[in-house]
Design a protein around this ligand. Structure first.
Ligand code: ADP
Ligand code: MG
Length: 697
């Protein structure tokens, strides 16, 4: 069976060796299976004629019919364009040609009814179509209703007569033979539950849709299947991990109760309560926890980390918290120590710059169990750092660590792998967390503490520099501190550094009365720390910096964030940068400074930032702009081997496929049931990987 799908494409009728070589090279199509999986990326809707008054700018290519009621030549020379006014009685649309005017113009006659196919664009109250397809209406066209699939192809292929229509014809030829050989990959139970098309019908309908409804059903099923097998794989990994790794039972809550009763400085938000409950359930379960704690900047992850720590400590376990930089580790230490001191829990900080004597003391107290919480940088990972009983490892800003580094933390307890809580302040859309972190459990703090003043975000053009400087002066005069951030990217490092230095000088000139700090990635670590420390202590009023300040620094008195060349930053970065302010009681501001010239995408980014401070909403827009693969970096994109499925728009399908996968794993973890054999076969096929056919499902 699979040998049929592995047939080299050259043997398909109408292909032959030359075209086969081209298909190999240009589209990576080597076999029948490859061709079948070369799905249309869109469809042209020829199913009906729209009336002109129905047109709107969100439509794909559509067809209208009408007569020419006017024509003009606008502009001169190479900028000349032909504008045809077409009316169908309900309204008129302008058809525009910029090229081939001499050729097309004489063919277009008045008094004839034309079929026009193109994409409507709106200009003011008018609709236009640029370079539409146009044909005289014939009885055949009138009665021809279909969805025309459009396949991606290349210039080279088009020149060799392998355009979209030719590929469509190849698909039809292939489907005639392939249709009856396409095996079902989902169990009957799932087909019935969701009223899915069979696999072979879904494949056939995706290529040669009967109508829009069936096409939608076909695409839905195909997408479901991609997500389903992805989820099945992730959930199975998780299941194996849970079975293999026992976890220390941490179930006592006396300390926590005491803390709640006497020392809790504020009421927890509902979201904080929810995630602490989720962690507690894991702690009691006897299974090792692997949990991602997501929460926007300022959502209050520290107290959650502390509460988890108290539960661990109550059962005699120790806690390690690892942060990516000394500054961050220092701040976590301060934050936790405030709570720890109140309830008499011992805590220490270990970083690369800890003195030998202090270090030795820490090592001793860890081994004896006297030290209960250790906060630090990757210095924690060194072999000399040994715990009596490490029960909980908290990792902040995990994207900075590799899996290997985390694994070194695990080894610090030989009886039980410590429970792991990964904290991240970079929200990611649900669909991404379900796929990239699908084997972790996820807790989300989706609510900020009450009474926070929303950061005001403004967009300002370069040219308004004086106004901006005036604003900075007023804020500093009120006693606040200000960040001014410049982009620095490696490709244009020299220029960027010059920008930064120029900026620094002009800031010095503009504010001779204020002490100013500067920090950038090219400085020595000592010098950086020194400058940071001056700003943290309030000795300097303005911090001119590159994005080195991006991660987690907390200076509550800093209430203004100016981002220069904001058009050059990505959304995630802008959001992180903005998160540096808004931490104190004062009204905070973020000003995005750009030039007048903004690309369409940059405009969306800036507008999004001005519109909302919700990290999840921003992450969603970011994913729409950049695509999920780019957003997560190349490493993880392998886990998103999707052809039709799109994490940007298919959240509902992903959700139900996850439920379906969960159900299967619950009811039949070994996939032994007769009905589930298609799934088992499919997974085996996917494992083989050598066969491209496996991707078809
Ligand atoms: P992040 O999630 O960015 O690490 P933090 O834990 O640093 O946030 O919390 C930000 C600030 O909000 C801290 O000053 C903290 O004390 C305060 N905070 C946290 N939770 C609450 C709450 N439920 N009510 C009021 N303030 C809170
Ligand atoms: Mg934090």
């Amino acid at each position: 069976m699979s040998s049929f799908f592995n047939t080299p494409i050259e043997f398909l009728k109408g292909v032959g060796p030359q075209k086969a070589a081209l298909l190999n090279k240009e589209l990576n199509i080597f076999t029948y299976a490859d061709l079948l999986q070369h799905y249309p990326y869109r469809y042209e809707d020829r199913t009906k004629f729209y009336s002109i008054k129905e047109l709107n700018e969100h439509m794909p290519n559509v067809q209208v019919k009408g007569q020419i009621i006017g024509r003009e030549l606008v502009g001169q020379g190479r900028k000349q364009r032909l504008v045809i006014h077409l009316s169908d009685g309900t309204g008129s649309v302008e058809l525009v040609w910029f090229q081939g005017i001499k050729w097309i113009s004489p063919k277009l006659k008045s008094g004839v009814t034309y079929v026009v196919f193109g994409q409507p664009n709106r200009f003011g109250s008018k609709y236009t179509m640029a370079h539409p397809e146009i044909e005289v209406l014939t009885p055949a066209l009138q009665s021809n209703h279909f969805l025309q699939p459009v396949y991606s192809t290349t210039e080279t292929l088009r020149k060799k007569f392998l355009d979209s229509k030719a590929i469509f014809n190849l698909q039809k030829t292939l489907l005639k033979e392939a249709y009856n050989r396409i095996p079902e990959t989902l169990p009957q139970s799932i087909l019935q539950q969701y009223a899915f098309l069979t696999k072979k019908d879904a494949v056939a309908q995706v290529h040669v849709p009967r109508d829009a409804q069936v096409l939608q059903k076909a695409r839905f099923r195909m997408k479901f299947e991609e997500f389903f097998f992805m989820q099945l794989r992730l959930l199975m990994q998780k299941k194996i991990r849970l079975e293999k790794f026992r976890g220390q039972v941490l179930a006592k809550t006396d300390l926590l109760t005491e803390f709640y009763r006497l020392h809790l400085p504020f009421e927890l938000t509902e979201a904080q309560k929810k995630v602490t409950r989720e962690i507690f359930v894991d702690f009691k379960s006897g299974k090792q926890m692997n949990r991602l704690l997501q929460g926007d900047v300022g959502s209050g992850k520290t107290i959650v980390a502390f509460i988890a720590s108290l539960i661990a400590i109550d059962s005699g376990a120790q806690v390690a918290l690892m942060a990516p930089t000394q500054i961050l580790a220092g701040q976590h230490y301060e934050g936790l120590k405030e709570f720890a001191d109140k309830i008499g829990v011992s805590i220490a900080l270990l970083t690369g710059s800890s003195k030998t004597k202090a270090r030795r003391k820490i090592h001793e107290n860890l081994l004896s169990g006297e030290l209960q919480i250790l906060v630090g940088t990757h210095a924690l990972l060194e072999d000399v750092v040994q715990f009596k009983n490490l029960g909980l490892a908290i990792v902040d800003e995990q994207h900075r660590y590799g899996v290997a580094q985390r694994a070194r933390l695990w080894k610090k307890n030989e009886t039980f792998i410590p429970h792991v809580l990964i904290m991240t302040a970079t929200p990611i859309p649900r669909t991404l967390s379900m796929s990239v972190y699908g084997d972790l459990d996820i807790s989300t703090i989706d609510e900020l503490p009450k009474g926070r003043k929303e950061i005001k975000t403004l967009h300002q053009y370069d040219a308004n520099r004086l106004k901006l400087n005036g604003f900075i002066k007023t804020e500093v005069a009120k006693g606040r501190q200000v960040y001014i951030v410049y982009p620095l990217i490696e490709e244009s490092e020299k220029l960027d550094l010059k920008d930064l230095m120029d900026g620094y000088e002009s800031v010095q000139r503009a504010f001779p009365e204020f002490p100013i700090s500067i920090v950038h990635g090219k400085m020595k670590a000592d010098a950086k720390d020194f400058e940071m420390a001056r700003f943290v202590k309030g000795e300097t009023k303005i911090m001119v910096a590159t994005t080195v300040i991006e991660v987690g620094v907390n200076v509550p008195n800093a209430s203004v964030m100016i981002i220069e060349n904001a058009e050059r930053f990505g959304l995630a970065q802008l959001h992180q940068l903005r998160g540096r302010v808004g931490r104190g009681a004062e009204q905070s501001y973020c000003v995005l400074v750009t030039s007048y010239k903004l690309s369409k995408e940059a405009k969306v980014r800036v507008d999004t930032m001005v519109r909302t401070t919700d990290g999840f909403e921003i992450a969603q827009v970011d994913m729409q702009l950049r695509g999920p693969g780019d957003m997560m970096g190349t490493q993880q994109s392998g886990q998103m081997d999707l052809i039709l499925g799109d994490l940007r728009e298919d959240e509902p399908i992903l959700s139900i496929s996850r439920q379906a996968a969960q159900k299967i794993i619950q009811e039949d973890p070994e996939l032994g049931h007769e009905g589930n054999q298609p799934i088992k076969l499919q997974i085996e096929n996917q494992k083989k990987k050598s066969v491209n056919w496996s991707r078809i499902s």
